[in-house]
Design a protein around this ligand. Structure first.
Ligand code: PXP
Length: 259
């Protein structure tokens, strides 16, 4: 199959770490909704937030506030959540344009990899959430699954009623930073894209650990339709300011995505 080149990929800005900073001191600042507004003003097309079961960063009360900002900018809200029925009512109430189902462990520092859909219990729970989400809404409310670029796992996922897969790029990003070979990852991402299209889906997203440098080869190869980036953006914003960082990153993503 001829590879697809995504020439207009979307930047989703993950603002969890603004809430992490707030929660570290139990203060009311910095505010995730202000971060969302700045990111959207700077050209991001989507805001991504993860409501974790342990509520370590984003809190329930942040959801409607951030949603009101994405609505104001006619942008997308992508709500990441664990494969658990406990999170589902919050997602239904918020009505984000996207939900992204991710694995979650309390002891992890951050999401450490994709969903293990080869595990029957996980697969059945994810399947139930996909069906429930699709039965509650008609169009305009989409679902993605956070996965490794693993053929077996992708094939299981692509039989479900999903709109996209988001590929975990954490290991790729680490190797990139260490200047170690990345060709194996790029090949696996191309195979993942082929599989997604072969199954009649049109969206393949990427996220985790990406920086302005490590995202570039992915964009230049046109591998993904969306990039969700958080930790690097918020870290760099400490020095350069959030608006400047998002503007610069968005420019790289848009200009390098030329076939
Ligand atoms: N995509 C998913 C599914 C994630 O869980 C995360 C981290 O919350 C990200 C993207 C963003 O990763 P990072 O903060 O490392 O850029």
């Amino acid at each position: 199959m001829k590879p697809t080149f995504f020439s207009n990929p979307r930047l989703g800005v993950n603002i969890d770490h603004v809430a992490t900073l707030r929660q570290a001191r139990g203060e009311r600042y910095p505010s995730p909704e202000v971060a969302a507004e700045i990111a959207l003003r700077a050209g991001a097309e989507q805001i991504t937030i993860h409501l974790r079961e342990d509520r370590r960063h984003i809190q329930d009360g942040d959801l409607p506030l951030v949603k009101s900002i994405t609505q104001k900018y006619k942008a997308l809200l992508n709500l990441e959540m664990a494969a658990s029925l406990d999170m589902f009512p919050m997602a239904l109430e918020t009505e984000p344009e996207w939900i992204c189902i991710v694995p979650e462990k309390r002891e992890e520092r951050t999401t450490e990899g994709g969903l293990n859909l080869l595990d029957t219990k996980t697969f059945e729970m994810v399947k139930r959430i996909c069906h429930d989400w699709k039965s509650k809404f008609s169009i305009g409310h989409q679902i993605s699954l956070f996965l490794e670029a693993d053929e077996k796992i992708l094939k299981r996922a692509l039989d479900l009623p999903i709109d996209a897969v988001e590929i975990h790029t954490g290991e790729y990003a680490k190797k990139f930073l260490l200047k170690q070979p990345i060709e194996g990852f790029l090949k696996a991402y191309q195979t993942a894209q082929d599989l997604v299209f072969h199954h009649g889906k049109k969206n393949i997203h990427a996220g985790h650990g990406l920086t302005i440098d490590s995202v570039a080869p992915l964009v230049e190869l046109g591998l993904f339709s969306e990039y969700n980036i958080g930790h690097w953006i918020i870290s760099q914003a400490v020095f350069d300011g959030l608006e400047t960082v998002v503007r610069k990153l968005n420019k790289v993503i848009k200009t390098k995505a030329q076939p």
